[in-house]
Write a new protein. Structure first.
Length: 850
């Protein structure tokens, strides 16, 4: 610390605790500074730090330092989310970069590092040009403290409460443990009784590798280098420096006691600061005239320190405050001299707290701890306070000296770490971890008092369409509003949590009855479905809610959540927008769907997915084309309907390889039939939004057409309204049109915005939904809709296909309305290729030859 001891008898200790007067930062700074741009990804920046063996990296924008990211900041990264590793570094860096002048003495820098809880300073010249970087390790290594450190043992600064984890612990859990304990390292226990260590530097290496799924035993540094507990701090510091490490284990009789690092050594040196201040005040009280020069020096030190200093008389009246006190609290010295420190009280602590403080101060001569005070402007001031009694020659306390640091930023960091561990960052709601903790607690209470618990699993219906059509910002805005609505419907003791995506879970604490749970679920469902204005658009969001009840549906947390999820899935399977209470049969249905999803992955490889073809007829009843339709021939279940497995393919991403398979099969079959003389005019293929969003899709279509020598005009891609709602896939339609293919809107008339799409997108054909065709001869309104749609399409020069034609009178009526193309069981169901050939090859060949 640069503060000199004042007593003549303390010359030896004084020399061991001082820096040379002319020893400035410029003499030890590192000029090899590592830089990156704001857009550099976190893993790239970590790789640079790993390659250059640097503990920090400066973020430059237009040659100006904008932020810094250090090994310590790695603790703030959520290792459960791999997407964090590729975030731009400007989103996670600390800012602004704190700088010091190159002429600053090391004594001053050491104080500032400890007070600001920093490890690095950027060193600049008079023109604010960057000269280099100074770290906490540099300070410790260059302090002239050999004699002092040689007198101190390692055990005196040992940190014993270091977390210890088994080697098979998951890395993500270990990182959370470091975050919550604010530890720069944790100890790893291996089965062979050896130890390793996981440090912040190891986390940087893992970020560089984008690795988060390993165990700590795989990535920890091993073995842990250890020193005996009675080794001097001087030799401990030398060991750290020579080996290029920051932590060593401390042992006694073969037992690992804890760790010592550069930080503990520096804090030990810092602790002498208060002792020096106490000696200054004792000398001042004993002989003002004899020690005037020394006291002036002490006053300069006190005035220049960045910690707040208060000196009071024995009754607690303030005699002196330094400039840092005024800067931190907002009170001038004139406003507090003669008053007591109670002027800073916030009301947070009760009388017992202050009585305990004074009792310890009188008994031990000192007290230290955290205090929550209030500034002059009313803001709360969390601070770490140290109070020391100053005794006169008679052994009586003549003064009290207190020093404090503003720890607001530290508290904010701790709160941020807690929020990262237990809160959803978007909505601020509890996340899965906090939800599970609360549910476990409520189950224990309910068991003791024989009470009910309601668990509601909520899934937002078709939420993906909002993200796809309006963008993720709109989706986030919707989620935040719905989270607010859910909270507004619940009691104080209830919990609403977001599990991620569009899933929420609500815990109803001790409801009066099952009916009470159901009524609450109905109220929530109605609240969710009220219109919401998002980005100037009014949206109506529905939900599917599953309900399970403790103890009826389970006695454990995981069982209740699983059963509520199964009940929710039952709602989705039956059409969504509703709620369901758990029934054992629903769990069987849920398991069946999971099994089906897994079997679908193998079905394509095993040849169980097939393409059937339904004929497309003209107004004369002649074959003009075919529509390619998927069929799944399951070895045990038989034919599985498309509406049972296509949604699974969409959700799982299997729709992409399945879509490519259909494209290849349909174009190959179409080319083969034309060579055989069938001479179809066109082939229709259904396309999903996920396929259109795939950047390779346009290329795949073009290559398939060229491979089979098919004219683009012979291909019709059929799209649903949900595909057109997707901004990205909708923009790809023009790319398809540029290839020369035709586009058809399937199930026309069922969507609320279908007419709008006729103007916005380059469509060639409309397919009237079978529901209108089926009822048009029995319903005048349906007949009017069909005739109107056909008339509208003809005026827009769009072809019309009627789906679901099953009777000849339907066919004749549609033809009279002006419909040109037809599909349905009147002509044929979808057929396997061989069946299609057997039924239509001769008919078409004869027609061509005739």
């Amino acid at each position: 610390m640069g503060l000199q001891f004042l007593g003549e008898s303390d010359e030896q200790l004084k020399s061991s605790l001082s820096f040379p007067a002319d020893f400035s930062v410029a003499k030890i700074l590192k000029t090899d500074v590592l830089y990156c741009s704001p857009s550099t990804s976190l893993n790239e920046a970590a790789s640079l730090m790993q390659e250059r063996n640097c503990s920090s990296i400066i973020v430059l924008d237009n040659n100006s330092p904008k932020g810094i990211w250090t090994e310590q900041d790695a603790l703030l990264i959520n290792f459960d989310d791999p997407a964090q590793f590729t975030r731009p570094i400007n989103e996670v860096m600390s800012q602004p970069v704190i700088s010091i002048h190159a002429d600053t003495l090391l004594s001053s820098v050491a104080t500032q590092l400890q007070k600001n809880k920093l490890r690095h300073f950027l060193v600049v010249d008079d023109d604010e040009n960057t000269l280099g970087l100074l770290s906490q390790s540099d300070i410790v290594e260059h302090q002239v403290l050999e004699h002092y450190l040689d007198l101190r043992s390692t055990a005196s600064v040992l940190r014993r409460n270091i977390p210890r984890l088994a080697a098979d612990t998951l890395l993500s859990y270990a990182v959370r443990k470091m975050q919550l304990s604010a530890s720069s390292a944790i100890i790893i226990n291996y089965p062979d009784q050896s130890y390793g260590i996981l440090t912040e530097r190891d986390l940087v290496h893992l970020i560089a590798q984008q690795s988060s799924k390993q165990t700590v035993g795989d990535v920890a540094s091993r073995p842990l280098i250890c020193i005996p507990h009675d080794m001097s701090l001087y030799r401990a510091r030398k060991t750290l420096s020579e080996r290029g490490i920051r932590h060593v284990g401390v042992t006694q009789n073969g037992e690992l006691l804890g760790l010592v690092s550069f930080r503990e050594i520096m804090m030990d040196v810092e602790s002498t600061y208060m002792n020096e201040l106490r000696e200054v005040l004792q000398v001042r009280d004993q002989a003002l005239s004899a020690a005037k020069r020394n006291l002036q020096l002490a006053e300069r030190v006190i005035d220049s320190t960045l910690e707040g200093v208060i000196i009071t008389d024995p009754r607690g009246r303030i005699l002196f405050v330094n400039p840092a006190f005024s800067k931190i609290t907002g009170y001038s010295d004139a406003e507090v001299i003669g008053k007591t420190p109670a002027i800073l009280k916030s009301g947070h602590h009760n009388n017992d707290f202050y009585q305990s403080m004074w009792l310890e101060l009188q008994r031990e001569g000192r007290w230290e701890g955290e205090v929550l005070n209030r500034k002059k402007n009313g803001e709360l001031l969390p601070k770490y306070l140290s109070i020391t009694a100053i005794y006169n020659e008679q052994g009586q306390a003549s003064h009290y000296a207190s020093m404090f640091n503003d720890i607001s930023k530290l508290k904010e960091s701790e709160e941020n770490i807690r929020n990262m561990a237990y809160r959803d960052p978007l909505t601020g709601l509890p996340n899965r971890r906090l939800l599970e903790d609360r549910l476990d607690m409520l189950i224990a209470q309910a068991e003791r008092h024989n009470k009910l618990i309601g668990v509601l699993f909520i899934d937002l219906d078709h939420f993906k369409h909002v993200n796809d059509s309006l963008g993720h910002a709109a989706g986030d805005e919707l989620l935040v509003e719905l989270a607010r609505r859910l909270k507004s419907c619940l009691r104080k003791n209830d919990t609403v949590a977001r599990l991620g995506g569009d899933e929420f879970v609500i815990i109803l604490s001790q409801p009066d009855s099952i009916d009470d749970i159901v009524h609450t679920a109905e109220r929530l469902m109605n609240k969710i479905s009220r219109p919401i204005l998002i980005q100037g658009r009014e949206l109506v969001q529905t939900s599917s809610i599953g309900v399970s009840v403790y103890p009826n549906d389970g006695l454990e947390r995981d069982t209740l959540l699983k059963h509520a999820d199964a009940a929710m899935y039952a709602v989705k399977s039956s059409g969504r927008d509703g709620l369901s209470c758990y029934a054992p049969s629903e769990q069987a249905s849920f398991s069946d769907q999971l099994t089906l999803r897994l079997e679908l992955r193998q079905a394509l490889k095993n040849g169980q997915i097939m393409v059937y073809y339904q004929p497309l007829m003209d107004s004369l009843g002649q074959l003009v084309g075919a529509e390619a339709l998927l069929r799944w021939q399951h070895p045990e279940r038989g034919f599985i309907p498309p509406d049972s497995f296509i949604p699974l393919a969409e959700d799982s991403g299997l729709i992409l390889p399945i879509g490519i398979f259909v494209l290849q099969q349909a174009t190959e079959q179409f080319a083969r039939w034309n060579k055989q003389g069938m001479r179809l005019s066109e082939i229709s293929i259904n396309v999903s939004g996920r396929q259109l969003r795939d950047q390779n899709f346009i290329r795949q279509v073009s290559e398939s057409l060229k491979e089979h020598n098919i004219a683009p005009g012979q291909i019709v891609f059929e799209l649903t309204e949900s595909v057109l709602m997707d901004k990205i896939s909708g923009s790809r339609l023009q790319d398809l049109k540029d290839l020369g293919v035709s586009l058809a809107l399937d199930d026309f008339g069922t969507g609320y915005a279908a007419l709008l799409y006729l103007r916005r997108f380059p469509l060639d054909r409309l397919k009237i939904d079978r529901s209108f065709v089926r009822e048009m001869l029995d319903s005048s309104s349906d007949a009017t809709i069909v005739s109107t749609l056909i008339t509208l399409a003809n005026k827009l020069k769009l072809q019309v296909v009627a789906e679901g034609v099953e009777r000849s009178d339907q066919f004749e009526t549609l033809r009279d309305y002006g419909c040109e193309l037809f599909q349905g069981f009147l002509f044929s169901q979808a057929l396997a290729p061989a069946q299609f050939e057997a039924q239509f090859l001769n008919q078409v060949s004869n027609k061509r030859s005739g």
